[in-house]
Design a protein around this ligand. Structure first.
Ligand SMILES: NC(=O)c1ccc[n+]([C@@H]2O[C@H](COP(=O)([O-])OP(=O)(O)OC[C@H]3O[C@@H](n4cnc5c(N)ncnc54)[C@H](O)[C@@H]3O)[C@@H](O)[C@H]2O)c1
Length: 289
């Protein structure tokens, strides 16, 4: 892994869902080839259409777009043969992530960087108990949604090769991301941790009866000049997803209060999941019509 230079070759994306197709767009934006891999042909076709749309919308783009080739996981070894980077974007399931990363470590050339886009699991958690051929080239590269959010957080682990972290930070910038380096092992990424604290304190404030969702959102927006308050934002994410994320923090760290989770559980048991089922902190029934 000595003397890593500007990378040659393709970027391989495993999983052509919400994030994978968006990453295919970004990593092909400077002319490089992207190979998009998914178990489902329909996802690959929808992914290609999505990239076409993003390219059509990108009025200020200069230079050539790279090619995007699609394939199935059954031909992974040949897909990976010229990859300088492979990013896994499969669903958020720890066992699946571990299985895919073990496979990539086995099949990818020694110099290929392996990155995970997992939202909840930092790379050091994914690698726990795994024995890889070369774990120095494995890292987290976590980006956000919607696609116009350029932030991406890069997190290595205790054995990471610092030259590869530098290379990824530089290449992310080159491809239109705003990269941030998570400098230590962290349960949650930089932004997620801050947002988790805001959600937690919001739920605690509600559980104590200190203020209503409307009042919390109104004061938050007034002071910080943001378009949405924390209750509105939690409704968009989905209250079950918010609870899963908070459960993960509570399992991994000490000192996380129980009241915010109890409050969320009460809402979920009462049938409130947020925008997706028409009822959360606010009523969205009208939007479903
Ligand atoms: N959706 C978001 O806003 C968001 C934001 C940041 C990070 N993430 C992370 O990105 C990852 C992917 O999330 P998503 O929302 O894109 O999921 P998604 O469900 O939209 O897409 C996952 C894709 O992976 C495919 N897949 C499943 N197993 C596979 C395998 N073994 N090989 C190849 N393809 C396989 C599925 O067919 C599907 O197309 C998750 O780890 C998630 O935490 C998502």
């Amino acid at each position: 892994m000595e003397g890593v230079q500007k990378p040659q070759g393709s970027v391989v994306i495993i999983g052509a869902g919400t994030q994978g197709r968006r990453l295919a767009h970004m990593w092909s934006s400077r002319g490089g080839t992207v190979r998009l891999v998914d178990l489902q042909e329909q996802q690959l076709q929808d992914g290609l259409k999505y990239v076409e749309q993003l390219r059509a919308d990108a009025t200020d783009h200069e230079g050539d777009w790279g090619r995007i080739e699609t394939s199935q996981p059954s031909s992974l070894q040949s897909t990976l043969k010229d990859a300088w980077l492979v990013v896994e974007c499969v669903p958020e399931n720890l066992n699946l992530k571990r299985k895919v990363i073990a496979q990539l470590d086995e099949l990818a050339p020694e110099s290929t960087i392996i990155a995970s886009n997992s939202s909840s699991y930092g790379i050091f958690e994914i690698l726990e108990g795994m024995s890889l051929k070369n774990n120095k080239r494995v890292m987290s590269a976590h980006c956000y949604w919607p696609p116009e959010t350029s932030a991406i957080e890069i997190m290595g682990h205790k054995d990471s090769d610092p030259k590869l972290i530098d290379l990824i930070l530089e290449q992310c910038k080159e491809h239109g991301f705003s990269p941030f380096h998570v400098r230590e092992n962290s349960i949650g990424y930089i932004y997620n941790r801050i947002w988790a604290a805001i959600k937690r304190e919001t739920l605690l404030t509600l559980s104590e009866g200190v203020a209503t969702p409307e009042e919390i959102d109104a004061i938050f927006k007034d002071v910080l000049k943001t378009p949405k308050g924390p209750c509105e934002q939690m409704d968009v994410v989905g209250l079950d997803v918010v609870l899963d994320i908070e459960n993960h923090y509570a399992e991994s760290r000490s000192g996380i209060p129980t009241e915010p989770r109890d409050y969320l559980r009460g809402m979920i048991q009462g049938g409130s999941l947020g925008v997706k089922n028409g009822r959360g902190f606010y009523d969205y029934e009208d939007q479903k019509k």
